[in-house]
Design a protein around this ligand. Structure first.
Ligand code: NAP
Ligand code: SF4
Length: 695
């Protein structure tokens, strides 16, 4: 007899699981998978891979899916070159019947996987942020973040853009989509009509706000006319654009009301333009930080309103809905991290959710580097047709040595497939380097990853042996078929005269607080860890990620949208420790250049505002009682510090591996022990998961 399905989570999260009746159709719950460009759109087998990607999320219980952005024409999109140098738009554009036929592969897979899930196509006209030589905008204004200057649209060009939006929506309907989302925010075409900074026109499409609204309103009217009444039309509005001189609150509210009148079924709130210098989704942003803004939009309209940004667990979504901040909650990255998010929530198993930690390392950093999107904590994301954890038909007895990210991922995948796995670690807790990361202000989400692995190890039956330093004889005695060495790294000790001086410490002591850090500090090495350590020691009080008031004051955000754009004065010293810090590197490149594409700037700005002295092109001469002696541009200089923290990268920790090989045992390296330069959790988890999928 089949076990009854446990749906206790539906009582636990009543608002999240309440269906939403739109009159002509019903969304089965209040969760939406928000739009994310995956990079699959430009691939030759993109439709098939997108079909698998979205269908898995549909089967995982999401209420509605919004696809990655698809351009309504060539000038609004992303031109990619094929191997012959020909410009191709592949699946990222929809203005032909052939392209619509391709999209049918996606919509039919999703509806087959879950007939009551809705899938909407996002119409994304990138305007001045498009990557092609035909790009257009209301005025010839180049964005701060683009290398290309757009062509100014004439009257005929404007009519073409509107008609192309309507045509795209109609083709989407014919391709089997349940609706479209029109993006009217972020610095893309529609939003650039709304703001004086990017709309310098004096005709009927510019000047007064009424004129500036005309283009987005006309797009919505014409889309609605093309698709009829029984089709979902979502409009994504910049509820707070975070631009100095951006939209005032009255303008946002008026736009929302007019968009509803023009025929939108749902309004989705978006925060920031891509060019603004306020983090809105990075891990340092408090959870659900922006939903109060959506709340005010919701009071202006009678159609349902979607909120988003840093909502990554069911209890966060439930609280947002219960407060009445929104009718629907959009979660994009959390659906990359765990396709079964809503199913686990429904079954009362939220503790098993693999939580998005908002690192951006495998998703948005990839998107903005033209690489395929995936997920640091879930390398299967966007690899659904390639990476699968299928049951093994040859069960092996496997030892995994090291319970850091690589060891944890390997152990979980191998055990999920049916292997017998024993996980060893010398420490008394799992997590390895994650246990350092979680102590860094703004990286508290790493606790969730540790919680996930803790549950997952138990669920898939991995035997844990902590407080156990493994040696060759121990492994020999147990007769393992396979030994995975995930022993990680050792911090590198640079060859600087005086490196043994008592004022010198390693980053592990600095992060764990096991040695006192003085008032004047030199940080040697400005990679990810040098930045993390500098952030930690220059910070005092609650982390911005845990305190919305600190976050708002550090980044100059006014959640009431005053003044225009919602950006106000920054308070650089709000969480600053009383300490003088020099952050150093030998390279001549700007300090922090190697950090993540979408988050590096937030770290550079934070440390800059705290007065950290960032120095490149230094040579380390010696450390003595006077401090750290350097050569800077061949001139001697002494930093009068009382502490030197070494963050100079890592070396692989392979001594056990070499002993195992000498003893003739079947060992394999993974993670930092395999390649210390690749010591980052993204590479470690991905490599381990692929290896364990094949063992
Ligand atoms: P890293 O990024 O490789 O940086 C090492 C730093 O040490 C560099 O600044 C390097 O600069 C310096 N260095 C290297 N050899 C040295 C030597 N012999 N003497 C003095 N300085 C030396 O390594 P990490 O900071 O330890 O980070 C490790 C990994 O964790 C990276 O893959 C990183 O991506 C990841 N991580 C990422 C983040 C994040 O993205 N937020 C945070 C933490 C860690 P010079 O050679 O120019 O001096
Ligand atoms: Fe979230 Fe990081 Fe995965 Fe992106 S890569 S979905 S931010 S956990």
């Amino acid at each position: 007899m089949n076990q009854p399905v446990d749906l206790s989570g539906i009582q636990q999260y009543p608002h999240l699981f309440e269906p939403l009746d739109l009159g002509f159709t019903t969304i089965r719950n209040r969760s939406i998978m928000g739009s994310m460009h995956t990079g699959l759109e430009e691939m030759p087998d993109g439709f098939e891979r997108m079909a698998a990607f979205y269908a898995e999320r549909a089967a995982g219980g999401i209420g509605m899916i919004i696809t990655g952005g698809i351009s309504p024409n060539e000038e609004g999109g992303l031109a990619v070159k094929d191997e012959h140098g020909n410009v191709a738009f592949s699946a990222s554009k929809l203005n032909t019947q052939a392209e619509a036929d391709g999209h049918k592969i996606v919509t039919s897979a999703v509806h087959r996987a879950a007939p009551d899930v809705k899938i909407c196509l996002q119409i994304l006209h990138m305007g001045p942020l498009a990557y092609n030589d035909k790009l257009v905008a209301p005025s010839k204004v180049r964005s701060r973040i683009s290398k290309l200057t757009p062509h100014e649209l004439d009257e005929a060009g404007i009519e073409k853009q509107i008609a192309d939006h309507a045509n795209c929506a109609l083709l989407a309907q014919q391709a089997g989509y349940d609706g479209v989302e029109i993006i009217g925010s972020a610095g893309y075409l529609l939003s650039t009509f709304l703001v004086e900074k990017t709309n310098r026109r004096s005709d009927q499409w510019g000047g007064s706000y009424e004129n500036r609204m005309r283009f987005p309103l006309e797009v919505v009217r014409r889309v609605r006319a093309a698709v009829g009444d029984d089709f979902i039309v979502i409009f994504r509005i910049a509820a707070m654009d975070m631009l100095q001189g951006g939209m005032s609150w009255d303008e946002v509210a008026l736009l929302a009301r007019e968009i509803e009148k023009a025929g939108a079924s749902i309004i989705s709130t978006h925060f920031t333009w891509h060019e603004s210098q306020v983090p809105t989704i990075a891990t340092m942003v408090p959870r659900a930080a922006f939903t109060s803004v959506t709340h005010r939009v919701r009071q202006e309209v009678s159609v349902p309103v979607i909120t988003s940004n840093r909502i990554n667990m069911p209890d966060v979504a439930e609280a947002v809905l219960e407060r009445g901040d929104a009718d629907l909650v959009s979660m994009a990255r959390p659906m990359l991290a765990d396709s079964q998010f809503m199913q686990k929530a429904a079954e009362g198993k939220s503790q098993e959710i693999n939580t998005c930690i908002a690192c951006n390392q495998a998703c948005l950093d990839h998107t903005f580097s033209f690489k395929m999107t995936s997920c640091l904590v879930n390398p299967r994301a966007c690899n659904e047709t390639l990476l699968n954890y299928l049951p093994t038909n040859a069960v092996k007895n496997i030892a995994v040595i090291g319970a850091g990210p690589a060891g944890l991922a390997y152990a979980c995948v191998a055990a999920e497939r049916g292997h017998r796995v024993t996980l060893f670690d010398a420490s008394n807790e799992i997590g390895g380097q994650f246990n350092l990361a979680k102590r860094v202000p703004g990286k508290e989400e790493f606790y969730e990853t540790l919680r996930y692995y803790d549950h997952q190890l138990r669920k898939v039956g991995v035997e844990r042996r902590l407080n156990t330093r493994v040696d060759v004889s121990m492994l020999q005695a147990e007769n393992f078929d396979h030994i995975i060495v995930a022993t990680g790294i050792s911090p590198r000790t640079p060859d600087i005269p005086g490196i043994s001086h008592p004022m010198v410490m390693g980053y592990i002591d600095a992060i764990n607080g096991t040695k006192p850090v003085g008032k004047n500090v030199a940080v040697v090495g400005a990679g990810g860890i040098g930045f993390d350590v500098t952030d930690l020691i220059t910070h005092e009080g609650p982390s911005a990620a845990m305190d919305i008031d600190v976050f708002a004051r550090e980044w100059g955000i006014d959640f009431e949208n005053h003044p225009r754009g919602g950006v106000t004065g920054i308070e650089p010293h709000v969480a600053k420790a009383d300490r003088t810090v020099w952050l150093l590197q030998r390279k001549d490149t700007p300090v922090g250049r190697g950090l993540g594409k979408t988050t590096g700037w937030t770290h550079r700005l934070t440390l800059g505002r705290r007065g950290v002295n960032m120095m490149n092109g230094v040579d380390y001469v010696r450390i003595d009682d006077e401090g750290l002696h350097l050569l800077v541009a061949n001139q001697p200089e002494c930093l009068p510090v009382d502490t030197v923290i070494i963050c100079a990268g890592q070396e692989p920790e392979r001594s056990l591996y070499e002993e195992l090989l000498s003893a003739g045992l079947p060992a394999e390296l993974v993670g930092g022990a395999f390649e210390a330069n690749e010591l980052d959790a993204k590479a470690a988890i991905s490599q381990a998961s692929w290896m364990a999928s094949e063992v």
